[in-house]
Design a protein around this ligand. Sequence first.
Ligand code: AMP
Length: 310
Amino acid sequence: MSLLSIGTLAFDAIETPFGKTDKIVGGACTYIALAASYFVNESRVVSVVGGDFPKNRLSDLEKRGVNLEGLQIKENEKSFFWSGKYHTDMNTRDTLVTELNVLESFDPVIPESYKDDTTYLMLGNLAPVVQLQVLERLSNKPELVVLDTMNFWMDIAMADLKKVLKHVDVLTINDEEARQLSGEYSLVKAADVIREMGPTYLIIKKGEHGALLFHGTEVFCAPALPLAEVFDPTGAGDTFAGGFIGHIAKTKDHSFENMKRAIIFGSALASFTVEKFGTERLENLTIEEINSRVEKFVKLAHFNMDLAVI
Ligand code: AMP
């Protein structure tokens, strides 16, 4: 079993109603790989950074079991930079700046040893053309391919996105993006349209309102934990994806029932990420903390009902 994730290792500058950061380390793949590292011994990464990316942050990732053999460091270039500002509801945000920098010419190089040994593939948020290249450059088709994307790529590369979706098993996107991708307002209709595009499983993330999993005629609805303090939602979606695929890789079980559990693990990890700016909280969790949060989700969603009462 091996898990490979792609996506950005980046600098983010974030503004929320509770504070503001200068450039801090973020990036979709940083959150994914960290979240997955709680489930697998080795969380592999294919990505690119510039010479400005702090080397000590790379060793922090390695200490957590993230394997950076597939990371390119372009010493004379700048890392990807994203800046966003959250609205007062913390559920919606505006992108203020996206500087692709090293991503502009990113040509993903897959280490030889990964090519025929990637069982689980997490195609994190990146240009769809790069996501497709990674799939094409593997010698074996992974057992499960999960893809995450965002409105930015739908705006500028919808045709490429539709091409890569044909090869994807599970797509994770938020409700707004599901509407943009499908052209449907109803999420149920959107789920039907999107699954015609390729993925047999669709996860629609609804921020503080939880997530929906669609497969065949079945739907599972996971809650989000009501939190007293949400400090910075950045990376919640990526953390969710890393926890989701991490649990599936650990259990090697792709059934709908197990995907429900994977969604709860992903949601539990994401609930930690939002408690602090950046990856700070996600880097220092104990298994006990994760398990106790998962228990809270189980209690939150559980109820008994005597159907004869109606
Ligand atoms: P999330 O809050 O889970 O949607 O992800 C936020 C992370 O995605 C940030 O750390 C950003 O660096 C990264 N990000 C933002 N825009 C893009 C983009 N267009 N492509 C790849 N990664 C991005």
